[in-house]
Design a binder for this molecule. Structure first.
Ligand SMILES: Cc1cc2nc3c(=O)[nH]c(=O)nc-3n(C[C@H](O)[C@H](O)[C@H](O)COP(=O)(O)OP(=O)(O)OC[C@H]3O[C@@H](n4cnc5c(N)ncnc54)[C@H](O)[C@@H]3O)c2cc1C
Length: 269
């Protein structure tokens, strides 16, 4: 036995996984039908980058539903005043997509997540549906006031991206699309210089929206008149916004300082 095998932190190799059922639907409707009819809904599998991690963390898998065999749910297009992004679009694809680059700051933000190997596999939908506070796409989408579109056997449901944390069990729902309203002057600035402890997305276009992400807390969304001072924007931070390592006072002061820089960058264009 090698010393590594004796390490208590050693992760189990994938070959130790018990057998599981694999569904390979070819249309979103078929996928939704399977999610709605199986006694225990199979776990959706897109890029698999988070799913593998959660299995290593102890998540048990008795059946998987591959989304990779689905026709559609990729790419991005401007439609009815929104940018509609397919849930299966990869972060890499979106970081150079011409419809995404049309929103200043968004493609750059998506292209800064993880590393290129992960971005090739990781889907935008998987980043949201993993529902991990340390992940960045929900922070960007909250600042952009995005809507998440779900299909299930009981029909279509829309959810504000900022509300993904309180949406309850979504195990029988398929995230199909993400819609970003294309408001006049929409632009995003994403500051991840303090990652992993704190990141901040600020969006203009009508009202100003600031989404603050920390490692262990659900992102806080602060919005209002862009003319308000940065300090006043952060006075709206919820009282309970105390991360394990960052106090509310730290986030308030740092967030306001970051916001001033973000406003300056957004004003420069
Ligand atoms: C080494 C490494 C570094 C990383 N660094 C970063 C980083 O810097 N910033 C960051 O934000 N993230 C980071 N990540 C996380 C990565 O971005 C996510 O794992 C990825 O975006 C998830 O997408 P996926 O397609 O692989 O999802 P999967 O692993 O396939 O799925 C994730 C979860 O979402 C569910 N799901 C997926 N798609 C759908 C759908 N359409 N409908 C319903 N449910 C769905 C799955 O059932 C699963 O529970 C990193 C990951 C790794 C491994």
């Amino acid at each position: 036995m090698s010393p590594l095998d004796q390490s208590p932190n050693m992760l189990p190799p994938v070959r130790q996984l018990p057998p599981f059922r694999l569904f390979r639907p070819t249309t979103p409707a078929e996928a939704v039908g399977i999610l709605g009819s199986e006694e225990t809904p199979p776990i959706c599998y897109a890029g698999g980058t988070d799913l593998c991690l959660s299995v290593h963390e102890g998540r048990s898998v008795s059946s998987l539903l591959s989304l990779n065999t689905l026709d559609g749910l990729r790419g991005a297009e401007a439609r009815n005043g929104t940018l509609a992004i397919g849930a299966l679009a990869t972060l890499d694809e979106l970081s150079t997509h011409d419809q995404v680059t049309a929103i200043p700051g968004l493609a750059e933000a998506l292209g800064a997540i993880a590393n290129v190997r992960i971005r090739f596999r990781a889907t935008i939908g998987g980043n949201v549906m993993a529902r991990r506070t340390a992940y960045e796409v929900p922070i960007l989408l909250a600042a952009l006031d995005a809507r998440l579109v779900f299909e299930s056997s009981v029909g279509r449901r829309e959810l504000r991206a900022a509300d993904i944390w309180t949406a309850g069990d979504l195990g029988r729902s398929l995230l199909t699309e993400i819609e970003i309203p294309l408001t006049e002057g929409l632009a995003l600035d994403y500051d991840r210089t303090l990652r992993p402890w704190m990141t901040q997305a600020a969006a203009t276009g009508g009202i100003e929206r600031v989404a603050v992400g920390t490692r262990f807390l659900r992102p806080a969304l602060l919005s209002g008149d862009p003319g308000e001072s940065a300090e006043s924007r952060f006075s709206g931070l919820p009282g309970e916004f105390n991360d394990v390592l960052l106090t509310r006072g730290y986030v308030t002061g740092t967030g306001a300082a970051l916001l001033k820089r973000q406003r300056a960058r957004l004003a420069k264009g």
